[in-house]
Design a protein around this ligand. Structure first.
Ligand SMILES: NC(=O)C1=CN([C@@H]2O[C@H](COP(=O)(O)OP(=O)(O)OC[C@H]3O[C@@H](n4cnc5c(N)ncnc54)[C@H](OP(=O)(O)O)[C@@H]3O)[C@@H](O)[C@H]2O)[C@@H](O)CC1
Ligand SMILES: [K+]
Length: 464
């Protein structure tokens, strides 16, 4: 469980926020609060069992000494094992305040409850060979492990695995979430993510996705005011139909499939408009009441597909590009999209993203760079979905249903997004990502993509 709507900050931003607080309040007081939050959380899971607290050389270790002292004062059986001498003034002071024995990490005997205070935001390189196996064994032997701020061995800004063991039960993020709580290996390694307010205000344009506030249609609503969505069909008509169905169930008032033939399945309320080629589509997209166009799901990559894509790019309408449209654009996405006046949304999965953009750095940095290069809102899909806008706003959805890993769910997201865009939602991307994930949760295990749109109305009802 990741706290919704919570700010996410990098290690450097967290340090700056701490420094600002230290100008008006002693660092040791803040560390006392951090340690107290850890002790409080750990105490919930102790049930009379002996506790082993691991302390590293930095301030993460400082928090550990505080937590150990407070747990002991509360009557728990507490032992501390350290990887070395405390190396910061605050950690040294907290070590002194502990006043008891400190064992060596390398000789530590496992205990049922483990508190990990080895490394937090200061981890800069892979866990040393000697530390990683000892730490992993202690975690494996414990019934419950609570990580202070971050599981030791996780890189703060990327969630890269630098030797973090499996089996951490819960992580108490101090002050704010860091990218590692919601990205990459962190998704699997943090366990339950809890957040403690330790009196350090943070400012951030990055947050976890939260449930949107949607409004029901007013009494004077009609199909156009609810939003007209056009989905362009290509080589694989089923993909476009999935997107169209999602747009309809996602609240659009009117959905039109721009298709090569009149035949084909789909709901009766779905209207078909015949187009033979790009020129036809360009003509059709002069209709000003269209609120969003989706192109890419099952589009194909041949000359006809290129013509359709060009027509869609040239239309002065909000545009959602998915699937084959992204692959066709490839590395020239920036050049094409910067020319557009109307808003654009891109919904690449990891493979499509790699074909379009340089993928240096962590997922948030990459996605921000892509948004800036294309002047589009980019929804970089995956187990950790990162939304970035050209203005630097970031939303991250972690821990969506892993059953979403089935063909066609991306098409459903594109259609859900189109409905939100066409309805005029200013936070369409975040809303669509939330609704899509919620529909998946409601659909339960082993659903097929066709079933997802049917759960969108229930997901929407939870947002009204
Ligand atoms: N600022 C504050 O007052 C507050 C901070 N808070 C807490 O402090 C945490 C951040 O503390 P921090 O910056 O001291 O870093 P921390 O994570 O303890 O580790 C740094 C030490 O580890 C070492 N080291 C690094 N990598 C290593 C490796 N692979 N293998 C071995 N050693 C390695 C590194 O060595 P160096 O790189 O310097 O050689 C250095 O000695 C933060 O997560 C939160 O818990 C809260 O209490 C709120 C108040
Ligand atoms: K830790």
């Amino acid at each position: 469980m990741i706290p919704p709507g919570a700010p996410i900050v990098t290690a450097a931003q967290m340090r700056a926020a701490e420094e600002a607080v230290f100008r008006r309040e002693p660092q040791l007081d803040v560390m006392e609060r951090a340690g107290a939050a850890v002790a409080r959380e750990a105490a919930r899971f102790v049930h009379g069992s002996p506790i082993l607290v691991l302390a590293g050389p930095g301030n993460n270790g400082g928090d550990a000494y505080v937590a150990a002292r407070l747990l002991k004062a509360a009557g728990h059986d507490v032992a501390i094992a350290a990887s070395g001498e405390p190396g910061t003034p605050a950690a040294r002071e907290m070590h002194a305040r502990w006043g008891g024995e400190v064992g060596s990490l390398y000789q530590a005997r496992p205990r049922p409850v483990l508190v990990d205070g080895l490394f937090g935001t200061g981890l800069t390189r892979p866990l040393e060979r000697g530390i990683a196996p000892v730490f992993a064994e202690l975690v494996a032997a414990a019934r419950f492990t609570l990580a202070i701020d971050l599981p030791s061995g996780l890189e703060t800004d990327s969630g890269t695995d630098l030797g973090v063991p499996r089996g951490i039960s819960a992580t108490l993020a101090l002050g704010a979430l860091k990218p590692a709580h919601v990205l990459g290996a962190g998704l699997e390694r943090c366990g339950h993510v809890l957040l403690a307010d330790i009196g350090i205000p943070v400012e951030s344009q990055w947050r976890t996705v939260t449930r949107p506030k949607l409004v029901a249609p007013g009494p004077r609503a009609h199909k156009y005011s609810r939003g007209l969505v056009v989905v362009v069909e290509g080589d694989m008509p089923g993909a476009a139909r999935l997107a169209a169905h999602a747009a309809m169930a996602g609240g659009a008032g009117y959905t039109i499939l721009a298709c090569a033939s009149d035949g084909g399945g789909g709901p009766d309320a779905l209207v078909r408009h015949k187009i033979a080629n790009g020129d036809d589509l360009a003509d059709f997209l002069t209709e000003k009441r269209i609120g969003a166009v989706v192109i890419g799901p099952g589009l194909g990559r041949d000359r006809r597909a290129e013509g359709l894509l060009k027509a869609a790019l040239g239309a002065d309408l909000p545009l959602i590009l998915d699937g084959d449209a992204l692959t066709l654009l490839g590395k020239s996405a920036g050049a094409w999209l910067q020319r557009r006046n109307a808003a654009t949304w891109l919904t690449p999965h990891a493979g499509e993203f790699e074909r379009m953009f340089e993928s240096d750095g962590d997922k948030i940095t990459q996605t921000l760079a892509a948004a800036s290069e294309t002047r589009a809102t980019v929804i970089h899909k995956g187990a950790d979905t990162v939304i970035a806008t050209p203005r630097g706003v970031v939303r991250v959805l972690a821990q969506a249903s892993s059953w979403l890993s089935t063909a066609g769910t991306g098409d459903v997201l594109a259609g859900t997004l189109a409905a939100q865009v066409a309805s005029g939602n200013k936070n369409a991307a975040e809303a669509a990502v939330w609704l899509h994930a919620r529909a998946a949760a409601l659909a339960g295990p082993a659903f097929i993509a066709d079933a997802l749109p049917m759960h969108l109305p229930q997901a929407i009802s939870e947002c009204l």
